[in-house]
Design a protein around this ligand. Structure first.
Ligand code: NDP
Length: 449
């Protein structure tokens, strides 16, 4: 099923499997990067001499901790918290926190590993890390969410800091959770250290356009891919999976660029809305009422709810998977290709399985991996850190402009690198190689640490 590795990289991957048994998502993420690195191994033997690839695959630090808290009935609940500080060659560890029942060490490590290369691609001074908990926020009251966040931070605070490790949001962690986490950090440390977390509220250290950044950035990236083919979003039929932070703002930007998003989803099903998703209603359902996609379907005339089946059966020109890892399978890629999809750009992290990516490639579909296409979120987090450090705050327009420039820069760098290393037009190879080289060169310069 997988592509062969360079012979020098086979033992590296075998060691990753041996050391990280049972962590399937982490294996998948490492394998995908190693598959791209064959031309680098041949051209840059100094990396092998310093065991750079082996070192990059081993996190600098992995922290696992107990998170006890009291629910609304007075019962004590216990969750597990994680922070994997993967690589700090380019700057403080940077990456989100995910609260979802599926979270375990293998998920956090896959996300942290991806984050190293994504952050390197932004060109900004940020290392890679990720964290989270198996806590399930669904159905929990505000009070429960707050008590959980306070307990989580009561342990995490000793590991993070503006110059050390800077968490942000991810699945299940939005503005509300960042507020509770920041409040507890501030209370414990007795310092207003704004740069310790990103995704903060606009009145207390947050950046304009950070909420929108991942979704907008994904669409900016897809727009660059279209421009490279002499096309645009105008009049295109688009399917966006998910209806969380990334999905909502991807939909918003597609509509601004003249495309029409005809389907969106959550974990309970998907809606088809041929007139185009009504974003005001979707935001009200998801961001204000914290409801389900079925509520959208019930309130929107002409929209149809499909509670079993795959959103990728909906015919489209452009597909933007923005929900979660491994949500777009081989059969989905086949259905999309049959329906004439032209472009797939990942708003989520690793949403397409390796088999799905192969089908898309064989069908000639332009495909961009998340570590390039969704890097706008973390890039804008770095802009938030920059504003915090200079006690400044920029306008929405200025910040969005910077985001668009960063996405164009990543797009062009990825394509140029792919060309230079013998895989013209291959966004996966270009992203993996360009991200890797930036980190590897910094590690080489710093010696064996
Ligand atoms: P949210 O929690 O805001 O939204 C997640 C969305 O995906 C929800 O609609 C959720 O539905 C759906 N979803 C989650 N898990 C599943 C599942 N197992 N099956 C089907 N649907 C699911 O998260 P974000 O929008 O922040 O994150 C989405 C993706 O984007 C993730 O892969 C994340 O790692 C990635 N990402 C996020 C960034 C950010 O800035 N937020 C930055 C870069 C990448 P439901 O509510 O029913 O669970």
């Amino acid at each position: 099923m997988t592509a062969p590795l360079h012979p020098d990289l086979e033992p590296v991957f075998d060691e990753v499997l041996r050391r990280n048994a049972g962590e399937d998502e982490f294996h998948q993420a490492v394998r995908e990067v190693l598959e791209s690195l064959a031309p680098v191994v041949d051209k840059r033997p100094e990396y092998a001499q310093a065991s750079i690839i082996q070192r990059i695959c081993e996190p600098e630090r992995q922290i696992i901790f107990r998170v006890p808290w009291v629910d609304d009935e007075g019962r004590v609940q216990i969750n597990r918290g994680f922070r994997v500080e993967f690589n700090s060659a380019l700057g403080p560890y940077k990456g989100g926190l995910r609260f979802h029942p599926s979270v375990y060490l293998g998920i956090v490590k896959f996300l942290g590993f991806e984050q190293i290369f994504k952050n390197a691609l932004t060109g900004m001074p940020i290392g890679g890390g990720k964290g989270g908990s198996d806590f399930d926020p669904k159905g929990r009251s505000n009070g429960e969410i707050m008590r959980f966040c306070q307990s989580f931070m009561t342990e995490l605070y000793r590991h993070i800091g503006e110059y050390r490790d800077v968490p942000a949001g991810d699945i299940g962690v939005g503005g509300r959770e960042i507020g509770y986490l920041f409040g507890q950090y501030k209370r414990i440390t007795n310092q207003y250290e704004a740069g310790v977390l990103t995704g903060k509220g606009l009145t207390w250290g947050g950046s304009q356009a950070r909420t929108e950044a991942t979704g907008y950035g994904t669409v900016f990236f897809a727009d660059e891919m279209l421009k490279a083919k002499g096309e645009s979003f105008d009049g295109k039929r688009v399917v966006v999976s998910g209806s969380g932070n990334v999905a909502v703002y991807a939909i918003e930007k597609v509509h601004q660029l003249g495309g029409i998003v005809v389907a969106a989803s959550d974990s309970s099903g998907y809606v088809v809305d041929e007139a185009g998703i009504d974003l005001a209603l979707l935001k009200d359902v998801k961001e204000v009422r914290r409801g389900r996609i079925s509520d959208y379907a019930a309130e929107r005339s002409g929209a149809t709810l499909v509670s079993d089946g795959s959103i990728w059966d909906v015919q489209c020109d452009i597909a933007l998977p923005c929900a979660t890892e491994n949500e777009l399978l081989e059969a989905d890629a086949t259905a999309l290709a049959k329906g004439g999809v032209r472009l797939v750009a990942e708003g989520a992290n690793m949403p397409c399985t390796p088999a799905a990516v192969r089908i898309l490639r064989e069908a000639g579909v332009a495909y961009a991996p998340g570590k390039a296409a969704n890097a706008g979120g973390v890039a804008t987090s770095a802009l938030e850190m920059q504003q915090n450090a200079s006690r400044d705050s920029w306008s929405f327009e200025h910040t969005e402009e910077r985001l668009a420039e960063v996405m164009k820069g990543i797009h062009d760098n990825v394509l140029e690198t792919a060309e230079e290393f013998g895989s013209p037009g291959d966004y996966t190879a270009g992203a993996n190689i360009a991200g890797f080289i930036r980190v590897a060169d910094a590690m080489l310069a710093m010696g064996v640490i």
